[in-house]
Design a protein around this ligand. Structure first.
Ligand code: DX5
Ligand code: ZN
Length: 219
């Protein structure tokens, strides 16, 4: 069955703690933490996401799914290792060299955290193939990174299919997470393409029932 990771990017601070509890009751599998540094993407969520992550680490046993949209991957990996999230994802577009990419993957894994590489819509899957044997998950961005509430770019699902085919052919055990514009309809397509971890922000947070929204995505 697929897993649902709720993106808390657009949450208002006043509602945060109550919403965290409600999402847990609604059976989200993880909390997706979108860390933006104001450089890799325009927005800056560094303080807010640190605040939410600390709160979550005190009040829930559910996994944190940390998505680093930052240039200085090393500093944020160091900072988030302490919180022992379930996953840390960083962007291949941020690390650029093989050495830097591998060092970050190793550091994440050696600290007992699952390592994931994220790819933006304009990046080809060829860029990440060599790292797949070392990864727990690939995060395929289905919108341009930077903000919630966008429409899924249909072509990104072709990347999901090709990746799933490649992973199966080579007998790797790697999750594929899709992130951006996921709703009842696009979730279905993403799963058919081979994704098994679904990030959703607005679809869940704007729903009248979190529980129904999460169930719809898992179906
Ligand atoms: C976009 C973020 C996503 C986003 C998902 O840069 O990585 O996690 O918040 O939000 P929705 O589901 O609203 O597209
Ligand atoms: Zn994200």
């Amino acid at each position: 069955m697929s897993k649902v990771s709720t993106s808390i990017l657009t949450l208002e601070k006043e509602d945060a703690v109550k919403t965290f509890y409600d999402l847990e009751v609604a059976h989200t599998d993880m909390f997706h933490i979108d860390i933006m540094d104001g450089k890799f993407v325009e927005k800056n969520t560094v303080e807010l996401m640190k605040d939410y992550s600390l709160t979550l680490s005190h009040i829930t046993n559910l996994g944190l799914d940390v998505h680093l949209m930052v240039e200085d991957v090393e500093s944020f990996v160091d900072e988030y290792i302490d919180l022992q999230p379930e996953y840390i994802s960083f962007h291949i577009e941020a690390t650029k060299t093989k050495e830097r990419t591998m060092e970050n993957i190793k550091k994440i894994k050696e600290n007992g955290i699952k390592a994931a590489l994220a790819i933006s819509p304009d990046t080809s899957i060829e860029e990440i193939k060599e790292y797949i044997p070392y990864l727990h998950m690939i995060l395929v961005m289905t919108v341009i990174p930077g903000k919630g509430g966008q429409k899924l770019i249909p072509e990104t699902l072709n990347k999901v299919s090709s990746l799933r085919e490649y992973i199966t052919q080579n007998n790797y055990d790697v999750d594929i997470e899709v992130d951006g514009g996921i709703n009842g309809e696009t979730a279905e397509k993403a799963k058919t393409s081979g994704a098994n971890v679904l990030v959703a922000g607005s679809f869940i947070l704007n729903a009248t029932s979190f529980k129904e929204a999460v169930e719809t995505l898992k179906k």
